[in-house]
Ligand binder design. Structure first.
Ligand SMILES: *Cc1c(COP(=O)(O)O)cnc(C)c1O
Length: 384
């Protein structure tokens, strides 16, 4: 039996232990209770602050500019690829999960040349193969890498990738969607042409705005590359430079909420403070789950403190749907796995969640296991 008072967020909602949308603070949601015209000076000031703060968080003051894209994170990724890779260019995609695969699909649909280097979902990109591939194929103009591959929760070695790509004279596009704001990626140390992220992951805003942090000199070369009107980052940036405004209706409320979320991010201590809370969340979660026998897909050195993949328990009494529903009844929403290498489920550490929420989730896991009479959450070891 689920307890009569399930866990709830500040606004009375179940807690989202998912890769997004995520639990947000009450104050972030309250920032949305006004209407602004898109030419309202108050809104324009909020938007300007948001774009500048994002650029600062990226370490790009003076060298980079944030170009927003209405829509979810994938809209920003598609805008980045199709605005930066010229129509005659070729993109090498480093793939170890669904988001790398998605990037390849975007480039294919846009008619760009594409190559891919794939490693299993629990394995970082192979830098020696990357080097050999770039040396062997001079047609490759750009490399695409995912910072934290949310499919598994793996942290890819983005700095090493960036330095290698730079050394071999190619351009890097980064999907830092699920890391930006909590795991440092500083443009002064990690050279890239563009980095995509969104309002609703580690910045803890609400969903609806993607953005691309662009190296100014590289963006200036992008005129005419885009193969869509709405996702043309060069044109969008020109619009801002000329009028300070979006070309098309902006998600005003989302941007107001993001402004508030960025203030709360600063209060927490910026990237370092946000990252510290997420690392504590992940540590509490992983230790507690391991104590019940669960096994993480990744070893601790590859695990980002963003989302954790657990092997499905092998006890025949374990039923994932019952597990999921039992946790939901107790106020915790988890996420099914999306892996090809193993049967799994995921639990997120990001959003407005604190270590005491993780302890509550562990208690709920214990109760649901007890209901199913599962004593050990471990997977079968046969395949090891
Ligand atoms: C969440 C996420 C995206 C974007 O997903 P949307 O559903 O479009 O917001 C892209 N890449 C990664 C790595 C992500 O975690």
């Amino acid at each position: 039996m689920a307890p009569s008072v399930p866990a709830r967020s500040e606004t009375g909602d179940p807690l989202l232990l998912t890769p997004g949308p995520l639990t947000t603070s009450a104050t972030v949601k309250q920032a949305m209770v006004h209407d602004w015209g898109s030419r309202d000076a108050g809104f324009i000031a909020i938007n300007k602050m948001v774009l500048e703060k994002i650029c600062e968080l990226a370490g790009g003051q003076g060298t980079h500019v944030t170009v927003p894209v209405q829509g979810s994170g994938t809209f920003a990724v598609e805008a980045m690829i199709t605005s930066f890779v010229p129509r005659t260019g070729k993109l090498l995609v480093l793939m170890n999960g669904a988001y790398g695969q998605r990037a390849r699909r975007i480039a294919e649909i846009a008619g760009r040349g594409v190559a891919a280097l794939e490693t299993p979902e629990d394995t970082p990109p192979d830098l020696a193969r990357l080097e050999a591939t770039l040396k062997a194929d001079p047609a490759i103009t750009h490399v695409f890498a995912v910072h934290c591959e949310t499919t598994s929760g793996i942290l890819n070695p983005i700095r090493e990738i960036a330095l290698l790509v730079q050394r071999l004279g190619r351009r890097l596009l980064v999907d830092s969607m699920s890391a930006f704001g909590a795991i440092e990626i500083d443009a002064r140390a990690v050279p890239y042409d563009a980095l995509a992220a969104s309002s609703n992951k580690c910045l803890e805003g609400v969903p609806g705005l993607g953005f691309v942090v662009c190296r100014r000199e590289a963006l200036a070369e992008c005129k005419g590359n885009a193969t869509t009107l709405v996702l043309d980052l060069h044109d969008q940036a020109e619009g801002f430079a000329k009028t300070g405004q979006y070309r098309f209706t902006p998600p005003i409320h989302v941007i107001a909420a993001l402004g508030r979320a960025i203030e709360e991010h600063a209060v927490e201590g910026g990237v370092a403070g946000r990252g510290r809370r997420y690392r504590e969340n992940a540590r509490v979660l992983i230790d507690g789950m391991r104590a019940m026998g669960f096994r993480t897909l990744l070893g601790d050195t590859l695990q980002a403190p963003i989302i954790v993949t657990f092997h499905m328990p092998s006890d025949p009494r374990f039923r994932f749907q019952r597990f999921y529903d039992g946790l939901k009844d107790r106020g915790y929403v988890i996420y099914p796995g999306k892996l090809t290498v193993a049967d799994s489920f995921r639990m997120g550490c990001i959003g407005r969640l604190y270590p005491h929420h993780m302890l509550g989730a562990l208690q709920a896991v214990r109760e649901v296991l007890d209901e199913m009479r599962v004593t050990n959450g471990g997977p079968a070891l046969a395949a090891e």
